[in-house]
Design a protein around this ligand. Structure first.
Ligand code: 2BA
Length: 108
C-alpha cells in the first residue's frame, strides 16, 4: 500500500473528489496553503493498493489543470518609503504529487 499526497488547486477539488468517489477510491481532503503564493489550495491524502496507483494518478491528471496566477511580491527600491509592486505571472501546476510507502494500515 502507498499514501498518495496530492496538492491541487481549490478549483479542481470538487471534480477530483467526485471522480475518486465514483472510482471507489477513499480519500481525505485537507485545506492547505501554498508556501509561495500564500493562497489556499487542497491536499488530498489517498491510501491505495500498489496496483491501483497508476489509475489514481490518471484520475488526478485528468481532473486537475495547470493555470496561470498573478502575484505581486513586495520589492524595496532602497528606502522604507519606496516599496513598489511588480505583478509577476506564476504557472501553478495541475497537481504536485508525492507517493509514500505505508508501513502498516489498520481500519477499525
Ligand atoms: P505555492 O507554494 O503557493 O506555489 C505556487 C506556484 O508558485 C508553484 O506551482 C510554482 O510555479 C511557483 N513557485 C513556488 N515556489 C517558488 C519559488 N521559490 N520561486 C518561484 N516560483 C515558485 P507548483 O510548483 O505547481 O506548486 C503548487 C503548490 O504545490 C505549491 O503552492 C505548494 O503548496 C505545493 N508544492 C509544490 N512543491 C512542493 C514541495 N516540494 N513540497 C511541498 N509542497 C509543494
Amino acid at each position: 500500500m502507498k499514501m498518495i499526497v496530492a496538492v491541487i488547486q481549490d478549483q479542481d477539488s470538487n471534480r477530483l473528489s467526485k471522480a475518486l468517489v465514483e472510482a471507489d477510491v477513499r480519500a481525505t481532503k485537507l485545506a492547505s496553503t501554498g508556501g509561495f503564493l500564500k493562497a489556499g489550495n487542497t491536499t488530498f491524502l489517498i491510501g491505495i493498493e500498489d496496483e491501483r496507483i497508476d489509475e489514481v494518478l490518471k484520475l488526478i491528471k485528468d481532473n486537475c489543470q495547470s493555470r496561470k496566477k498573478m502575484m505581486t511580491p513586495l520589492s524595496s527600491m532602497g528606502n522604507a518609503d519606496s516599496y513598489v509592486h511588480y505583478p509577476v505571472e506564476v504557472q501553478v501546476g495541475g497537481a504536485t504529487v508525492f507517493i509514500l510507502p505505508v508501513d502498516r494500515f489498520e481500519h477499525f
